[in-house]
Design a protein around this ligand. Structure first.
Ligand code: PGA
Length: 258
Protein backbone atom coordinates (compact mmCIF):
# COMPACT_ATOMS: atom_id res chain seq x y z
CA UNK A 1 0.00 0.00 0.00
CA UNK A 2 1.46 3.38 -1.01
CA UNK A 3 1.67 6.09 1.62
CA UNK A 4 -0.05 9.43 1.19
CA UNK A 5 2.64 12.11 1.10
CA UNK A 6 1.90 15.48 2.68
CA UNK A 7 4.71 17.98 2.45
CA UNK A 8 5.51 21.63 2.50
CA UNK A 9 8.36 23.82 1.35
CA UNK A 10 8.62 27.09 3.23
CA UNK A 11 10.30 28.69 0.19
CA UNK A 12 12.19 31.82 1.44
CA UNK A 13 10.02 32.36 4.51
CA UNK A 14 10.31 32.16 8.32
CA UNK A 15 13.13 32.82 10.75
CA UNK A 16 14.68 30.67 13.48
CA UNK A 17 11.97 31.55 15.97
CA UNK A 18 8.98 30.96 13.68
CA UNK A 19 10.60 27.73 12.43
CA UNK A 20 10.79 26.53 16.03
CA UNK A 21 7.18 27.53 16.69
CA UNK A 22 5.95 25.72 13.57
CA UNK A 23 7.76 22.56 14.65
CA UNK A 24 6.41 22.61 18.21
CA UNK A 25 2.84 23.13 17.03
CA UNK A 26 3.11 20.35 14.44
CA UNK A 27 4.82 17.81 16.75
CA UNK A 28 1.69 16.51 18.53
CA UNK A 29 0.01 15.96 15.17
CA UNK A 30 2.99 13.98 13.91
CA UNK A 31 2.78 11.73 16.90
CA UNK A 32 -0.84 10.94 16.00
CA UNK A 33 -0.10 10.49 12.32
CA UNK A 34 -1.03 7.19 10.71
CA UNK A 35 1.72 4.96 9.27
CA UNK A 36 -0.04 5.35 5.98
CA UNK A 37 0.86 9.05 5.79
CA UNK A 38 4.35 10.32 4.98
CA UNK A 39 4.86 13.91 6.15
CA UNK A 40 7.78 16.07 5.01
CA UNK A 41 8.99 19.63 5.48
CA UNK A 42 11.51 21.58 3.46
CA UNK A 43 12.81 24.66 5.28
CA UNK A 44 15.33 27.16 3.89
CA UNK A 45 18.96 25.96 4.17
CA UNK A 46 19.91 28.00 7.27
CA UNK A 47 17.21 26.26 9.33
CA UNK A 48 17.70 22.74 8.00
CA UNK A 49 19.91 21.56 10.90
CA UNK A 50 17.71 23.16 13.51
CA UNK A 51 14.47 21.74 12.08
CA UNK A 52 15.91 18.28 11.51
CA UNK A 53 17.26 18.17 15.08
CA UNK A 54 13.92 19.24 16.52
CA UNK A 55 12.14 16.61 14.44
CA UNK A 56 14.66 13.86 15.00
CA UNK A 57 12.91 10.52 15.72
CA UNK A 58 9.65 11.83 14.27
CA UNK A 59 8.05 10.17 11.24
CA UNK A 60 8.63 13.28 9.13
CA UNK A 61 11.27 13.71 6.48
CA UNK A 62 13.19 16.98 6.43
CA UNK A 63 14.90 18.26 3.35
CA UNK A 64 16.44 21.02 1.25
CA UNK A 65 15.02 23.23 -1.49
CA UNK A 66 17.96 22.69 -3.85
CA UNK A 67 21.38 21.05 -4.16
CA UNK A 68 24.43 21.37 -6.34
CA UNK A 69 25.00 18.49 -8.76
CA UNK A 70 28.60 18.23 -7.55
CA UNK A 71 29.60 16.86 -4.15
CA UNK A 72 32.33 19.43 -3.44
CA UNK A 73 34.64 21.96 -5.03
CA UNK A 74 34.77 25.49 -6.38
CA UNK A 75 31.02 26.18 -6.54
CA UNK A 76 30.62 29.38 -4.55
CA UNK A 77 27.19 29.83 -3.05
CA UNK A 78 26.09 26.27 -3.71
CA UNK A 79 25.19 23.55 -1.21
CA UNK A 80 26.41 20.00 -1.72
CA UNK A 81 24.17 16.95 -1.32
CA UNK A 82 26.69 15.77 1.30
CA UNK A 83 26.09 18.95 3.31
CA UNK A 84 22.33 18.44 3.14
CA UNK A 85 22.78 14.96 4.55
CA UNK A 86 25.21 16.23 7.17
CA UNK A 87 22.55 18.72 8.31
CA UNK A 88 19.98 15.95 8.69
CA UNK A 89 18.20 16.25 5.34
CA UNK A 90 16.89 13.15 3.60
CA UNK A 91 14.87 14.65 0.78
CA UNK A 92 15.69 17.35 -1.75
CA UNK A 93 13.40 19.46 -3.88
CA UNK A 94 14.69 19.84 -7.42
CA UNK A 95 13.53 22.07 -10.28
CA UNK A 96 10.74 24.05 -8.65
CA UNK A 97 9.33 26.43 -11.27
CA UNK A 98 10.58 29.43 -9.28
CA UNK A 99 14.11 28.05 -9.61
CA UNK A 100 13.62 27.27 -13.29
CA UNK A 101 12.20 30.76 -14.01
CA UNK A 102 14.44 32.91 -11.80
CA UNK A 103 17.64 30.98 -11.19
CA UNK A 104 18.44 29.38 -14.52
CA UNK A 105 17.50 25.82 -13.58
CA UNK A 106 17.08 23.74 -16.75
CA UNK A 107 15.88 20.22 -17.52
CA UNK A 108 19.56 19.30 -17.84
CA UNK A 109 20.57 20.63 -14.40
CA UNK A 110 17.46 19.06 -12.90
CA UNK A 111 18.61 15.69 -14.24
CA UNK A 112 22.17 16.21 -12.92
CA UNK A 113 20.74 17.06 -9.50
CA UNK A 114 18.48 13.98 -9.49
CA UNK A 115 21.55 11.83 -10.17
CA UNK A 116 23.55 13.67 -7.48
CA UNK A 117 20.76 13.18 -4.94
CA UNK A 118 20.50 9.45 -5.64
CA UNK A 119 24.29 9.06 -5.61
CA UNK A 120 24.18 10.43 -2.05
CA UNK A 121 21.09 8.54 -0.95
CA UNK A 122 18.85 11.56 -0.79
CA UNK A 123 15.28 11.29 -2.06
CA UNK A 124 14.86 13.60 -5.06
CA UNK A 125 11.52 15.42 -5.30
CA UNK A 126 11.36 16.70 -8.85
CA UNK A 127 8.93 19.51 -9.63
CA UNK A 128 7.53 19.72 -13.15
CA UNK A 129 4.88 22.02 -14.50
CA UNK A 130 3.26 23.67 -17.49
CA UNK A 131 3.00 27.42 -18.06
CA UNK A 132 -0.22 29.32 -18.66
CA UNK A 133 0.71 29.58 -22.33
CA UNK A 134 1.42 25.86 -22.66
CA UNK A 135 -1.96 25.18 -21.11
CA UNK A 136 -3.66 27.52 -23.62
CA UNK A 137 -1.78 25.92 -26.52
CA UNK A 138 -2.91 22.47 -25.39
CA UNK A 139 0.62 21.13 -24.82
CA UNK A 140 0.58 20.75 -21.02
CA UNK A 141 0.99 16.99 -21.13
CA UNK A 142 3.75 17.10 -23.74
CA UNK A 143 5.65 19.71 -21.74
CA UNK A 144 5.31 17.97 -18.39
CA UNK A 145 6.09 14.49 -19.71
CA UNK A 146 9.20 15.84 -21.43
CA UNK A 147 10.40 17.35 -18.12
CA UNK A 148 9.79 14.06 -16.31
CA UNK A 149 11.59 11.94 -18.90
CA UNK A 150 14.63 14.23 -18.93
CA UNK A 151 14.72 14.34 -15.10
CA UNK A 152 14.88 10.52 -15.06
CA UNK A 153 17.60 10.22 -17.72
CA UNK A 154 20.24 7.68 -16.69
CA UNK A 155 18.58 6.91 -13.37
CA UNK A 156 19.30 3.20 -12.84
CA UNK A 157 16.10 1.24 -13.34
CA UNK A 158 16.13 -0.21 -9.83
CA UNK A 159 16.23 3.32 -8.35
CA UNK A 160 13.51 4.97 -10.43
CA UNK A 161 10.84 4.53 -7.77
CA UNK A 162 12.95 6.44 -5.25
CA UNK A 163 12.31 9.59 -7.28
CA UNK A 164 9.22 11.55 -6.31
CA UNK A 165 7.53 13.70 -8.94
CA UNK A 166 5.44 16.74 -8.07
CA UNK A 167 3.18 18.08 -10.79
CA UNK A 168 2.99 21.79 -10.08
CA UNK A 169 1.27 23.78 -12.83
CA UNK A 170 2.98 27.18 -12.95
CA UNK A 171 -0.44 28.81 -13.39
CA UNK A 172 -1.61 27.23 -10.14
CA UNK A 173 1.25 28.26 -7.84
CA UNK A 174 1.29 31.15 -5.41
CA UNK A 175 -0.89 34.15 -4.62
CA UNK A 176 -2.14 34.68 -8.17
CA UNK A 177 -2.42 30.98 -8.91
CA UNK A 178 -5.66 29.24 -9.76
CA UNK A 179 -5.68 25.69 -8.36
CA UNK A 180 -5.97 22.93 -10.93
CA UNK A 181 -9.34 21.20 -10.75
CA UNK A 182 -9.14 17.61 -9.61
CA UNK A 183 -9.89 16.54 -13.19
CA UNK A 184 -7.08 18.70 -14.64
CA UNK A 185 -4.62 17.43 -12.06
CA UNK A 186 -5.65 13.79 -12.49
CA UNK A 187 -5.37 14.04 -16.29
CA UNK A 188 -1.74 15.17 -16.13
CA UNK A 189 -0.86 12.72 -13.36
CA UNK A 190 -2.30 9.90 -15.40
CA UNK A 191 -0.28 11.02 -18.42
CA UNK A 192 2.92 11.10 -16.35
CA UNK A 193 2.25 7.60 -15.04
CA UNK A 194 1.48 6.35 -18.52
CA UNK A 195 4.69 7.82 -19.93
CA UNK A 196 6.66 6.12 -17.15
CA UNK A 197 4.88 2.87 -17.87
CA UNK A 198 5.73 3.06 -21.58
CA UNK A 199 9.43 3.53 -20.84
CA UNK A 200 9.98 1.62 -17.64
CA UNK A 201 7.12 -0.84 -17.29
CA UNK A 202 3.97 -1.18 -15.29
CA UNK A 203 5.47 -2.13 -11.92
CA UNK A 204 7.69 0.98 -11.85
CA UNK A 205 4.84 3.23 -12.98
CA UNK A 206 2.52 1.85 -10.30
CA UNK A 207 5.07 2.37 -7.53
CA UNK A 208 6.12 5.84 -8.59
CA UNK A 209 4.93 8.52 -6.15
CA UNK A 210 3.26 11.47 -7.89
CA UNK A 211 2.32 14.54 -5.85
CA UNK A 212 0.21 17.53 -6.79
CA UNK A 213 1.20 21.08 -5.84
CA UNK A 214 -0.20 24.52 -6.64
CA UNK A 215 -2.72 26.33 -4.42
CA UNK A 216 -3.60 23.22 -2.45
CA UNK A 217 -5.86 24.37 0.38
CA UNK A 218 -8.11 22.92 3.03
CA UNK A 219 -11.07 22.86 0.64
CA UNK A 220 -9.49 21.08 -2.33
CA UNK A 221 -6.93 18.75 -0.68
CA UNK A 222 -9.38 15.95 0.01
CA UNK A 223 -10.77 15.73 -3.51
CA UNK A 224 -7.29 15.97 -5.03
CA UNK A 225 -6.15 13.10 -2.82
CA UNK A 226 -9.13 11.05 -4.01
CA UNK A 227 -7.78 11.00 -7.55
CA UNK A 228 -6.40 7.69 -8.69
CA UNK A 229 -2.99 8.95 -9.75
CA UNK A 230 -2.43 11.55 -7.02
CA UNK A 231 -0.36 10.05 -4.21
CA UNK A 232 0.05 13.16 -2.11
CA UNK A 233 0.16 16.93 -1.95
CA UNK A 234 3.05 19.37 -1.91
CA UNK A 235 1.90 22.58 -0.33
CA UNK A 236 3.10 26.15 0.07
CA UNK A 237 0.99 28.86 1.70
CA UNK A 238 -1.67 26.69 3.34
CA UNK A 239 0.96 24.72 5.26
CA UNK A 240 3.15 27.61 6.39
CA UNK A 241 0.84 28.01 9.37
CA UNK A 242 1.21 24.95 11.57
CA UNK A 243 -2.60 24.70 11.90
CA UNK A 244 -2.96 24.46 8.12
CA UNK A 245 -0.33 21.74 7.88
CA UNK A 246 -1.88 19.83 10.79
CA UNK A 247 -5.27 19.99 9.09
CA UNK A 248 -3.77 18.62 5.86
CA UNK A 249 -2.31 15.73 7.87
CA UNK A 250 -5.78 15.10 9.31
CA UNK A 251 -7.28 15.00 5.83
CA UNK A 252 -4.69 12.43 4.74
CA UNK A 253 -5.12 10.41 7.94
CA UNK A 254 -8.85 10.24 7.30
CA UNK A 255 -8.18 8.78 3.82
CA UNK A 256 -5.98 6.07 5.28
CA UNK A 257 -8.64 5.12 7.77
CA UNK A 258 -11.17 5.14 4.92
P1 PGA B 1 1.32 27.26 -3.07
O1 PGA B 1 2.80 26.84 -3.49
O2 PGA B 1 0.70 26.09 -2.35
O3 PGA B 1 1.51 28.44 -2.16
O4 PGA B 1 0.57 27.59 -4.33
C1 PGA B 1 3.00 25.57 -4.05
C2 PGA B 1 4.42 25.38 -4.49
O5 PGA B 1 5.04 26.31 -5.02
O6 PGA B 1 4.94 24.28 -4.33
Amino acid sequence: MKKIWVGTSWKMNKDAQSAKEWVSSVLPHLQLCSDGVQPFVIPPFPYLSQVSQLLNQQPIKVGAQNICWQDEGAYTGEVSPLMVKDCGGSIVEIGHSERRAQFGETDHTVNLKVLAALRNDLTPLVCVGDSKEEKAWGVSIESVVRQVIIALYQVPSHRLTEVLIAYEPIWAIGEHGVPATKEEAQQVHQAIRQAIQERYGEATADQMVLLYGGSVNLSNASSLLDQKDIDGVFVGRTAWQAEGYAELLNIANAKVKG
